[in-house]
Write a protein that binds this ligand. Structure first.
Ligand code: PLP
Length: 370
């Protein structure tokens, strides 16, 4: 039987850090500081420095990060917030959860990302914010979005859940919008050991508001100035993330090397990889390609020991709870991206031989199909 090639490989990636991770968790357990404290402020500072954003505020997860960031940049209940439909459900869910209205925009099926044109087509007189998702680790065209939105006073929030370490024209995801949100869900490029997230921003007022919102609208647990949440970054997660953050650039380089190896092995003969625009430095949270008969290809790859997966086959705007906000939405790029995408194995520890084996399996699939 062929070697099995998994979609992700977090276990092998973390194995060399086992000792340091155990020490970090022991440090927190022995300290007795589980909420806030030096591990949280330490990680917030280190992540802000990493991104090049003046402020980073740790929160419970990437979904809360979106809710808090949207409220902090000024989105009020009843406002319209433009979001892509080809994304993880949480992007739009966060908008609805704060009482605002998700307005779905299309994506370019080549990049899987929003464009200035697709966002512009979705703007309404009530739009107060746009969420640009850096999907699969590829930065969305944020500069063009800023040029479109800033003159209209519309805020831009980056959903950088999948894009820790990605850059656009040399600027890191997280330092491109009015605020940005990250998820440290375990499978992310920077993954915690449970749920965790962070908001980054250059605006001290936004950072201060996220700090209040994550902690019941208070700084002292005596006087409360707003209806907030209980959504803090746990000290134990912060301590573990401090071990992992110094590894992130090396891991992302290894993911980019895997993407280059897919190209060198001739993957374009069989499928079309996510298009990378000029100036974008992706981090390949997922290595995603398009194929007209995607599900058949995935099944055939599985028979050859290669784990592959279609993402977001049912786009967000046709999920039942979202239908009320999606009346009349026509999103052909989304439909195409949803139907044709295939995520292929990628991780910092995938080997060139494994990449070649995936491409060989794709060539066998193509031979069967023709
Ligand atoms: C694009 C995107 N946005 C938001 C989220 C939500 O993050 P979390 O699972 O940490 O709440 C995720 C990931 O899970 C995501 O991939």
């Amino acid at each position: 039987m062929n070697e099995q090639i998994p979609l992700f490989n977090t276990a092998d990636q973390l194995a060399p850090l086992r000792e340091k991770l155990h020490q970090a968790s022991a440090r927190v357990i022995d300290s007795g500081r589980f909420i806030f404290g030096p591990e949280v402020t330490g990680f917030e500072q280190e992540f802000a420095d990493y991104v090049g954003a003046p402020y980073a505020v740790g929160v419970g997860n990437g979904t809360d990060a979106l809710m808090l960031a949207l409220r902090a940049v000024g989105v009020e209940p009843g406002d319209d917030v433009v979001v892509p439909s080809f994304t993880f459900y949480a992007t739009a869910e966060a908008v609805a959860a704060i009482g605002a209205r998700p307005v779905f925009c299309d994506v370019d099926p080549a990049t899987f990302n929003v464009t200035a044109a697709t966002v512009e087509a979705a703007l309404t007189p009530n739009t107060t914010a746009v969420v640009a998702v850096h999907l699969f680790g590829l930065p969305a065209p944020v500069q063009r979005l800023r040029d479109l939105l800033a003159p209209r006073g519309i805020k831009l929030v980056e959903d950088a859940a999948q894009a820790a370490g990605a850059r656009l024209d040399g600027v890191a995801a997280g330092a491109l919008g009015d605020a940005a949100t990250f998820s440290f869900f375990p499978s992310k490029n920077l993954g915690a050991f449970g749920d965790a997230g962070i908001v980054t921003t250059a605006d001290v007022a936004v950072a201060d508001k996220v700090r209040l919102l994550r902690h019941h609208g208070t700084t002292n647990k005596q006087s409360h100035t707003m209806i907030g949440y209980n959504s803090r970054l746990d000290a134990i997660q912060a301590a573990m993330l401090r071990v992992l953050l110094p590894e992130l650039n090396g891991w992302n380089d290894a993911r980019r090397a895997a993407a280059a190896a897919y190209e060198a092995a001739g993957i374009r003969e069989f499928v079309t990889p996510q298009a990378v625009p000029e100036g974008a430095e992706p981090v390949y949270h997922l290595y995603v390609v398009s194929h007209d008969d995607a599900d058949a290809a995935i099944a055939a790859l599985a028979e050859r020991g290669v784990e592959a997966r279609g993402y977001y086959r049912t786009p967000v705007h046709v999920q039942p709870p979202m239908l009320r906000w999606a009346e009349g939405a026509e999103l052909p790029g989304t439909a195409r991206a949803a139907a044709t995408n295939i995520a292929l194995p990628v991780s910092p520890v995938i080997t060139p031989e494994q990449v070649e084996a995936v491409v060989a399996a794709l060539s066998a699939v193509a031979a069967v199909a023709t």
